[in-house]
Design a protein around this ligand. Structure first.
Ligand code: PGA
Length: 231
């Protein structure tokens, strides 16, 4: 299983360091095939060296360097030896207005740089209520401009209505969606949206769930470890 902690706009440089130190001390207990990632905020990046945890960025601008006020580019994240990036998260699509065109541009830029890409897709409640066909059609539209033959990427399916709401998708909804997605893009597929220690066992057992992307329940080392060690 793949376990990804997405800190979003939480944690400082100091608390990230404490978190990672504590996490790494316990990760010898994980199963050999488990892969663990942490995505801290950009200000908390450091040159962390660990064979047990991969550090990624939640965002970067598709440019080596240049004039994009308030953004960081390749040159800045390369300083921390980072080669993993999250692209297309619904909060960036919705709150920051990132269009599919911009997201595809970002994907292709970081693909050219051989980054490992976690590519997020997900539907609104309005679309989910229209039924599974509408959901799949929407999710497939989020692959527009994305080179799905790129080797080094995985998909994170995160229904928007399940993110941070405590309402996770049902086993049936996850199964149906992941199975349909797998037929379209044969890549590892993570599920995200209110994953926690009480639902992880059920979610981890679903066929075609290759991992989880966790926000709220990843913020404390203990709760994230609980997910990793007890799923
Ligand atoms: P959540 O967030 O676990 O708090 O629902 C998941 C995500 O947005 O990646």
């Amino acid at each position: 299983m793949i376990y990804i902690a997405n800190f979003k706009t939480n944690h400082t440089r100091e608390t990230t360091r404490e978190y990672l130190t504590k996490l790494q001390l316990q990760l010898f207990k994980k199963r050999p095939n488990d892969k663990v990632y942490v995505f801290p905020p950009l200000t908390a990046l450091d040159d962390y060296q660990s064979s047990d945890v991969t550090i990624g960025v939640q965002n970067a601008y598709p440019i080596k360097n240049g004039a994009v006020t308030g953004e960081v580019g390749l040159e800045q994240i390369a300083e921390f030896n980072i080669k993993t990036i999250l692209i297309g998260h619904s909060e960036r699509r919705e709150i920051l207005g990132e269009t599919q065109k911009k997201i595809a541009e970002k994907f292709n830029f970081f693909k050219e740089q051989d980054f490992e890409i976690i590519y997020c897709i997900g539907e609104s409640l309005e679309i989910r209520e229209k039924g599974v066909d509408a959901v799949i059609e929407h999710l497939v539209s989020q692959f527009e401009g994305i080179d799905t033959s790129y080797e080094n990427f995985m998909i994170a399916y995160e229904p928007i209505w399940a993110i941070g709401t405590g309402r996770t998708a049902s086993v049936e909804e996850i199964t149906q969606t992941h199975n349909a997605l797998k037929k379209v893009v044969d890549k590892p597929i993570l599920y995200g949206g209110s994953v926690n220690s009480s639902n992880i066992k059920e979610i981890a057992q679903i066929e075609n769930v290759d991992g989880v992307l966790v926000g709220g329940a990843s913020l404390k080392t203990d709760t994230f470890l609980e997910l990793i060690l007890h799923s």
